[in-house]
Ligand binder design. Sequence first.
Ligand code: ATP
Length: 235
Amino acid sequence: MLVVEDVVTAYGQIVALNGVSLEVHDGDVVCLLGANGAGKSTLINTISGILRPRSGCVVFQGENVVGLKASRITDRGIVQVPEGRGIFTQMTVHENLLMGAHLRRDTAGVQSDIDAAYARFPVLAERRAQKAGVLSGGEQQMLALERALLSQPKLLLLDEPSMGLSPIMVERVFDNIRQIAATGVTILLVEQNAQLALEISSRAYVLQNGEMTMSGSASELLQSDLVQDAYLGAA
Ligand code: ATP
């Protein structure tokens, strides 16, 4: 579904991705691990078209999307939930959900998907008329996920969904990601919480200093010394 090949992305003189390749197959949950500054957000932003790579390809469903505007890439089904969530704080919860569905013409389908979102997260229903900016961090994360789902993504890019959340909220958000994956949405997940991320993933990659240093099945990586030492806190 997605093939990233030999991508180089730089900020001026700073090369943040130095020849990075990765594959995501249809229906997979793939996680991308790496320390702060490894280049994870840069890779996600390169795939979604926010950043343009200096060289290399990003092929989505057979088409090289490098150079397309981010909005065109979203239209093709790659939907990003950015770090920090990117919800519209001055709009209501309900308006945020509708924004996720703005390209859809199936009004009845949109309504039933919004009902499903409210059923999954009753707190969003209770606060549907409130400005999204007053929600807690965890509620904003749920809203961002649900808004992304309303656009019926083929590939969901999640950048640090657990960031800044309490342990209970982290569990809920991961449960939700698991449910989303079970509906067949393909997911590329960037996470600092390696243990939880690997538990819900089928495959994983490790990015270090802008280079991919490891990849394999999630269970292989869970057992690898490198991942154990660097990301799972083993001695
Ligand atoms: P984090 O978990 O801290 O977000 P990350 O793995 O997502 O880390 P990136 O944010 O992709 O890492 O950053 C990769 C490298 O690019 C870092 O060295 C960072 O300092 C640099 N970088 C990121 N954004 C910019 C920018 N706007 N301008 C210049 N350098 C940047």
